[in-house]
Write a protein that binds this ligand. Structure first.
Ligand code: NAP
Ligand code: MG
Length: 454
């Protein structure tokens, strides 16, 4: 029997010991989910909607408990953690409107009637990373359950506590046993079994690009459906004609939120050369004011990194002689604290500039003009997110059309809303989550022709 000890990233002390599932237990849970699918798919649309709304209400009633659990397990700031639990509620409420609206089409054909149906897939395997345990789980299980599928969910080994609690709350809401199953375990055991088990009909994976590629290869064996949300190295593109004060004030949060452990982190700042000095002066002031402190404080803007392993990984991006322009503050003592760090590399070949760091480190690079900005922004294997700052409407439209990324914001750094689509270009992912079309990713389209000549 294998176990895992959860360590608090704030105190470095053990929080809880947890049993990790093996392959046999994973198979048993998948079998249970398959059995539950036979009846869950037949629950009437109105009743399925009611159960999802009840689930949302119970999550809402436990918002503070879930948030505190995330602070304990993951070191998220309490403000963020409350938003994260609220996001699960919102996603459930949004997709609770879906069961009665899973429309097909009626297509004109000779000698009969042609209708399409959106059928559920069966058991959906959801594999979640440690950076946003609650929202990323919810983006999968909300629409999956609404479309009539059942779910097996594997939280990250490091951060399973809120997922386990959400599984209990689903039962409390009256979601039948076996419909929503949380299985804590190793990626190489439980996650891999989701990929190889023939009754898991689809994988929803969020995590690193390396593991994502491996899962994609595995899914090919069974032509298993797959959604991938992978890494990012998003650009925050600031033109000289922008509101530089506003862009500089927002830039620390855009990359250092969640200690930079955010796939949407704007970890490359591209600033037009004529505004470089003004921006850097304002940005330095904003970084030095950024509050890195005990995440349970309401004032905290950033907590520690998730683990010692992540701390070491981020540190490796900053060997001695790194082009550090300035750094923010961090507390002393226990905890995996990493000071917000701003780099000014000579060119775009720097490893810290090109690779996803997943820590509070940002590289600033100047550009000359619009074409130069687009070229530099797109010179990346990733394409998840990004921001464009300009007062010129035409330019904002042109650049937002030209940047190869799935989620952009203009004169803002906000790119995630549960009712708009989310996902990446290039090696940042495959498919889209959230928004009005997410149900398509959890259903098969079935076409049926009825002959009316008989
Ligand atoms: P990771 O190492 O790829 O792990 C993600 C999940 O996959 C974990 O639950 C992990 O289990 C599991 N896993 C590992 N190996 C597996 C295998 N062979 N088969 C099946 N599952 C396996 O990623 P991470 O370090 O947790 O998360 C950071 C990455 O996630 C970053 O690259 C970030 O950009 C990306 N991310 C992307 C998005 C997006 O929406 N695009 C959002 C958030 C994060 P274990 O816990 O046992 O390792
Ligand atoms: Mg990993």
């Amino acid at each position: 029997m294998s176990t895992y000890t959860i360590i608090s990233p704030v105190t470095e002390k053990p929080v809880q010991e947890l049993h990790l599932a093996d392959v046999a237990e994973t198979d048993a849970t998948i079998a249970k989910a398959q059995k539950a699918f036979e009846s869950w798919r037949l629950v009437t649309p109105g009743d399925r909607a009611k159960l999802l709304r009840k689930f949302a209400a119970i999550v809402d009633a436990h918002n503070e408990e879930l948030a505190q659990l995330e602070v304990l397990n993951s070191g998220h700031t309490i403000g963020n953690a409350r938003w994260e639990a609220g996001n699960v509620r919102d996603v459930l409420n949004y997709y609770s409107a879906a069961p009665e609206r899973l429309f097909g089409r009626q297509i004109p054909v000779p000698n009969g009637i042609d209708i399409t149906f959106k059928e559920p897939l069966g058991v959906i395997g959801i594999i979640v990373p440690w950076n946003f345990p609650m929202p990323i789980a919810g983006w999968g299980f909300g629409p999956a359950l609404a479309a009539g599928n059942t779910v097996v969910l594997k939280p990250a080994e490091l951060t399973p506590l809120t997922a386990i609690r959400l599984g209990e709350l689903a039962l409390e809401a009256g979601i039948p046993e076996g419909v929503f199953n949380v299985i804590p375990g190793k990626g190489s055991v439980v996650g891999d079994r989701f990929v190889t088990h023939p009754l898991v009909r689809k994988i929803v994976f969020t995590g690193s690009t390396g593991v994502g590629k491996q899962i994609m290869r595995g899914c090919a064996d069974q032509v298993k459906r797959l959604t991938l949300e992978l890494g990012g190295k998003s650009a925050n593109i600031i033109f000289a004609d922008a509101d530089i004060e506003k862009a500089a004030a927002g830039a620390p949060g855009a990359v250092f939120d969640n200690a930079g452990q955010d796939c949407c982190a704007r970890s490359r700042i591209l600033i037009q050369r004529s505004a470089y000095d003004k921006f850097m002066e304002l940005f330095e002031g904003a970084v030095k004011k950024f509050r890195v402190e005990d995440p349970s404080l309401d004032t905290a803007e950033m907590g520690p990194l998730i683990s010692k392993v992540q701390f070491d990984r981020v540190s490796e991006f900053l060997p001695s002689g790194s082009p550090i322009a300035f750094q923010g503050n961090k507390p002393e003592g226990a905890g995996y604290w990493f000071a917000p760090t701003v780099l000014t590399p000579k060119d775009s070949n720097d490893r810290a500039y090109r690779e996803e760091i997943f820590g509070p480190v940002v590289s600033v690079l100047p550009f000359e003009d619009e074409a130069d900005a687009i070229r530099i922004a797109n010179d990346s294997e990733y394409g998840l997110s990004g921001s464009i700052w300009s007062r010129d409407i035409g330019r904002a439209v042109r650049v937002s059309r030209a940047v190869e990324a799935g989620n952009l914001s203009v004169n803002s750094n906000s790119s995630v809303r549960y009712w708009t689509p989310f996902g990446g270009y290039k090696q940042s992912g495959l498919g889209r989550e959230l928004g009005p079309d997410a149900l398509d990713a959890f259903t098969e389209t079935k076409n049926v022709f009825f002959d009316t000549q008989v």
